[in-house]
Write a protein that binds this ligand. Structure first.
Ligand code: HEC
Ligand code: HEC
Ligand code: HEC
Ligand code: HEC
Length: 656
């Protein structure tokens, strides 16, 4: 007897053990990924809520506030590639407004560094030779960004701006109509500003080395400023050691602010303060002469998702993106990836698109098509950045190459997404003559890292070995649950679309199979029920008449489709209940189910007749055609059709 128990036990462990172990190690892997991403994206700053709390404790007539930014590189806002990003002009404007609402009137200063620096190391000469239109095109977009940033600064009410020498040119053609003081080292070396009844003297400092610190000129200037102000604040483009020397020589400074990155330090009583680049945070300097207080205190305010957008600055940015959408000149590409890889360097080697690889590499294609790489361009479409080169580069295949993706060119549609050839190199030669030599068989980590940079994918260098199994095509059969959960790691909610015909028995089976499952995800996914309908071609007779829609199962189906669309709109929380009820009673009166789940029958009947439903049906047709949907049911996630094999279960057939 004992023997049998022991045997059963051993058998159980042998059979179930590996499975349990697999589950456990997968959960551990996912946790590690999540935690590493979280840790790497953290920014050292105080949340706006906490900062406002602190302000409530202080009265505004005891302290003066100076808010500052610097080295923003005209970064309009974070890219949105991962969760927890901080920064952006619309959020900055909101934070400043919130501080004002708390009874403070802060002085606003930018320390310079608006010039986008990302193009410095990728001058157009690296490709397309000496075509000057390229050069000016990039400069035009950058100019636009800089001007947009300046306009936003005016809207926020900045008081002073201390540009770098190299930036004065970009500012020349600008009419400044708000009192934004431009400080320069030569003529307007200082400004006195009133804040909360106190005078703050701002001194522009641009000394190249410490020997310039002790000078008669500076001595005179400092005593002049000191005589007129309650606090003296230095705005410095000088190197760190010069700032330290300045602090030692002129202890009357309350603080010296620098646009570069660094750690706050104190030299005597003088605070040396730095900025987070690209406008990631808003610096806040508190000056007070109260007894017992430290004379100056600095904090960085985080501008994360919890800070909403200021609507006016949001609109300004949206206008900027719109300009790029309509103006080809502004879409010129400044950067291409993998420029040092041998396959990409060979001019005769062209991109052909992932579809062309499918016929010989079905297994890899199918795995890839369920990965988030295969929906990377859908992401940009969803957020409306599909024309903005600064985004497109990493979300498509071969941008900037003669044969690769081209912004706005419909003939290059097959290069959207992070396709096979981003990792394996342009594959035209290989597809004609398949050899190991003409394709990148081993994908080096540095290829991943050209896109997965710290700015866009923090912590990725520590994650590569943990995520490689998601891209090396070894895990071919993911479940629907795994696919969804992989996608839920990013900031975007997965968009799930189920295409059906309301009277198609297989579509209805699919609803029974899938809806309870999707329901468990609540609003962590965006679910949309879609309908497969047709439209009669308008002929000479019916031209000008209303559009005539068609449906495989006739007029009854068309009306039920409309009804379900209306219910999705009016009663989103009841839709699944209604659909599941209908699934069991498809050939009975719809009102029974409607009443069963508590819907207002009259309201639905009325809405079905409304003009809007026609427009909605037109949209359904467009969506069906855009995705090339053939039958009911079809499941689509983030704009990609999901293989039936992964989710169909008992649903064996399709209505076509
Ligand atoms: C051409 C640029 C590019 C290259 C090269 C690239 N990726 Fe990606 N990767 C992306 C983009 C863009 C996304 C996000 C797609 C989306 O959801 O829109 C992404 C997403 C991912 C994700 C999912 C992230 C998550 O947690 O949700 C993983 C994992 C990943 N990549 C791994 C890799 C690995 C490993 C390599 C190298 C073998 C690689 N990638 C190469 C651009 C790239
Ligand atoms: C240098 C390459 C690169 C550039 C440039 C880039 N991205 Fe990304 N993007 C990525 C990578 C890599 C990921 C995946 C990050 C991860 O999960 O680790 C990603 C992810 C995303 C996601 C999240 C997708 C999801 O499923 O949750 C969004 C949204 C996004 N990018 C939008 C943008 C926008 C908008 C821009 C332009 C402002 C942009 N990206 C520019 C590489 C890039
Ligand atoms: C006509 C069929 C065909 C097409 C089309 C094709 N391949 Fe291949 N591919 C092959 C064959 C055959 C091999 C094996 C070659 C060998 O072992 O010598 C191969 C090998 C590979 C390898 C592995 C190389 C190695 O070092 O092990 C990669 C990666 C690859 N192909 C990628 C692609 C990509 C990407 C595309 C699309 C651009 C593509 N293939 C299109 C037939 C094809
Ligand atoms: C994000 C990067 C990435 C993308 C995109 C990608 N692959 Fe791969 N592929 C890999 C990696 C990593 C390996 C494993 C090779 C290695 O060890 O470096 C691999 C291996 C392969 C192999 C060799 C398989 C074997 O068993 O040796 C083929 C063939 C292949 N890929 C084809 C494709 C095709 C076709 C596509 C597009 C449908 C594609 N790959 C898209 C990263 C990628």
């Amino acid at each position: 007897m004992k023997k049998y128990i022991l045997l059963t036990l051993i058998l159980t462990v042998v059979v179930v053990g590996p499975f349990v172990y697999q589950q456990w190690s997968e959960a551990k892997r996912l946790r590690y990924i999540r935690e590493t991403k979280q840790l790497a994206s953290q920014i050292h700053a105080t949340s706006l809520v906490d900062y406002l709390h602190q302000l409530k404790e202080i009265s505004s007539d005891r302290v003066s506030l100076l808010l500052f930014t610097g080295n923003t590189q005209a970064q309009l806002e974070p890219c949105g590639c991962f969760i927890g990003q901080s920064g952006g002009l619309p959020r900055r404007a909101k934070a400043i407004a919130a501080i004002r609402e708390n009874g403070f009137s802060p002085l606003l200063v930018d320390l310079g560094g608006l010039q986008p620096s990302e193009h410095l190391d990728m001058k157009p000469h690296s490709f397309e030779s000496d075509d000057h239109s390229t050069d000016t095109g990039i400069l035009m977009r950058d100019q636009h960004r800089v001007q947009t940033t300046l306009t936003a600064m005016e809207m926020m009410g900045y008081d002073a701006f201390f540009p770098f020498d190299s930036e004065t040119e970009i500012l020349q053609n600008r009419e400044v109509n708000l009192p934004l003081a431009f400080l320069t080292q030569d003529s307007d070396a200082y400004e006195i500003k009133m804040v909360e009844g106190k005078k703050i003297g701002l001194v522009a400092l641009d000394l190249k080395n410490s020997t310039e610190v002790v000078s008669d000129q500076l001595n005179v200037l400092m005593s002049e400023v000191q005589a007129q102000s309650d606090f003296v604040v230095g705005l410095s483009h000088s190197p760190i050691e010069v700032n330290r020397a300045l602090a030692r020589e002129y202890p009357s400074f309350s603080a010296i602010l620098s646009p570069s990155e660094g750690e706050t330090e104190r030299v005597g009583d003088v605070l040396l303060v730095y900025c987070h680049s690209k406008g990631k945070t808003l610096g806040a300097l508190m000056l007070s002469d109260g007894v017992g207080d430290t004379p100056a205190k600095v904090q960085q305010i985080a501008l994360t998702e919890s800070v909403s957008d200021d609507p006016d600055v949001r609109k300004l940015l949206d206008d900027f993106y719109y300009q790029i959408t309509i103006d080809h000149q502004l879409q010129i590409v400044s950067h291409r990836l993998f420029a040092s890889e041998p396959l990409e360097r060979d001019d005769r080697n062209n991109y052909i698109g992932s579809q062309a690889c499918q016929e010989c590499h079905q297994k890899e294609f199918s795995q890839w098509s369920h990965s988030s790489h295969a929906t990377a361009f859908n992401t940009l479409r969803t957020v409306g950045r599909e024309y903005y080169p600064e985004c497109v580069t990493c979300h498509v295949t071969g941008l900037g190459y003669e044969s690769g993706y081209e912004i706005g060119n419909p003939e290059r549609e097959h290069f959207v997404d992070v396709g096979c050839e981003t990792c394996h190199g342009p594959g035209k030669q290989h597809a004609y003559t398949p050899l190991k030599e003409n394709i990148r068989g081993q994908v080096p980590e540095k290829v991943c890292l050209e896109c997965h940079t710290p700015e866009h994918s923090p912590g990725f260098d520590q994650l590569i070995e943990y995520v490689m199994s998601e891209v090396d095509h070894s895990r071919t059969e993911l479940s629907l649950k795994q696919i969804l959960e992989q996608r839920m790691r990013g900031p975007m909610k997965p968009e799930v679309e189920l295409f059906v015909m309301s009277y198609c028995p297989y579509g209805v089976q699919a609803e029974q199979e899938l809806l309870p499952f999707f329901e468990t995800y609540g609003d962590t996914i965006n679910f949309k029920l879609r309908f497969i309908v047709g439209k009669e071609e308008s002929s000479a007779e019916n031209a000008g008449e209303d559009i005539r829609f068609t449906s495989l199962h006739g007029e009854t189906e068309l009306i039920e489709n409309k009804r379900q669309m209306v219910i999705a709109e009016l009663y989103p929380d009841k839709l699944f209940d209604y659909l599941l009820c209908r699934a069991d009673h498809l050939h009975e009166a719809w009102v029974n189910c409607a009443k069963n789940v508590g819907l207002d029958v009259g309201r639905i009947a009325e809405a079905v007749e409304a003009e809007k439903v026609t427009l909605d049906l037109v949209e359904e047709i467009q969506r069906k055609e855009a995705l090339n949907i053939k039958g009911s049911p079809t499941l689509v996630i983030d704009g990609r059709i999901i293989d039936g094999g992964l989710w169909r279960g008992k649903v064996k057939e399709t209505c076509r």
